[in-house]
Design a protein around this ligand. Structure first.
Ligand code: ADP
Ligand code: MG
Length: 309
């Protein structure tokens, strides 16, 4: 099987979205935007041994490659529409590609997003997805809007993915639920869309709350005080911290794909309504001030969020 047959067999799914004028098969894809919409685009790469273990399931790899991109779209308050897939494979292993493509297809059907192109090459396993979405003109959530006095919030619970990864690295066996948090995170798309006009800034937590919140502070030219006592934690993370006192897991651990955002006092009520309508737990962990630094009450350990270099 050559590269073109591989694309035909595994990735040329039927396209249902009428805004796509031309999908897979030409030099590039074509799609139409409506008036009053801006195109939102983001890319994320997953590399073997960096983002997933050598023996990771192809279905989990596919799932996560899509979610990490969807999470960026969520953090912009946009809705996801199209994606391209640049796939580098060491060899053609039909079972592997079949499982990968099935999982990718299922998740993309669930989110009503379409695969419109890509590239297929030979080399060390690497998956790069470029996700495109749309947002009403000038309404996207940015990192740069946080103002003094705004509350700092996070969705869901934090530290679960990092704790699972730590357990795997320490040779322990995480529970099924813990593995799901690491391998199958949920992109907070509905929440992101609802935060438009409510939040003043937003980011997704991919590299650790401490680092990602710092990006908001830098972009907004403000500071913040957060308190570890306020962190929303699952039972597993809570019991881990009780035993080890190690707050770096929820503070600096990445891969949760929850949203961190700031909300002015005047929008607190709207936030509460949104939290109920999305059925999503949202927790205030601190507030923005004009100090230009991130003060973390209850923590004086290392600030070691994920960095590639
Ligand atoms: P080009 O030579 O212009 O780079 P290719 O021969 O690489 O085009 O790809 C042929 C078509 O298949 C293009 O429409 C491309 O977007 C699509 N394609 C290639 N690889 C993939 C993939 N892994 N998933 C989806 N579409 C793909
Ligand atoms: Mg090509």
């Amino acid at each position: 099987m050559n590269e073109f047959e591989l694309i035909q067999s595994y990735f040329n799914w039927s396209i249902k979205d009428p805004s796509i004028a031309l999908g897979i098969g030409d030099d590039a894809a074509l799609f139409s935007l409506k008036d009053g919409q801006q195109l939102v685009t983001t890319t994320d790469t997953l590399s073997e041994s960096v983002h997933f273990f050598k023996d990771a399931l192809p279905s989990d790899i596919a799932y996560k490659s899509l979610v990490v991109n969807l999470s960026d779209i969520a953090a912009m308050g946009a809705s996801a529409k199209y994606f391209t897939l640049a796939l580098t494979l060491p060899k053609i292993n039909h079972d592997w590609i079949e499982e990968f493509s099935k999982s990718l297809r299922q998740l993309s059907e669930y989110h009503k997003i379409s695969l419109i192109g890509g590239d297929t090459t030979k080399g060390p396993l690497n998956i790069t997805i470029t996700m495109m979405g749309v947002v009403e003109t000038s309404r996207a959530l940015l990192r740069s809007g946080a103002g003094t006095g705004d509350g700092v919030y996070v969705s869901g619970t934090i530290g679960d993915a990092a704790l699972c990864l730590k357990k795997l690295r320490d040779g322990l066996v995480p529970s099924k639920g813990e593995l799901l948090k690491l391998n199958r995170p949920t992109p907070r798309l509905e929440l992101g869309m609802g935060l438009k006009g409510v939040a003043s800034s937003c980011i997704d937590i991919s590299d650790g709350l401490e680092q990602d919140l710092s990006h908001i502070l830098m972009a907004s030219d403000v500071g913040a005080v957060i308190d570890v006592k306020n962190f929303p934690l699952s039972e597993s993370v809570l019991s881990y911290i009780k035993n080890n006192g190690d707050w770096s897991i929820p503070l600096c651990g990445g891969d949760d794909y929850e949203l961190c955002f700031t909300v002015p006092e005047s929008n607190k009520k709207a936030l509460k309504i949104l939290s109920q309508s999305c059925n999503m737990d949202i927790t205030k962990i601190g507030h923005i001030d004009d100090s230009r630094v991130l003060k973390i009450d209850g923590y004086d350990g290392a600030r070691n969020s994920y960095q590639h270099f």
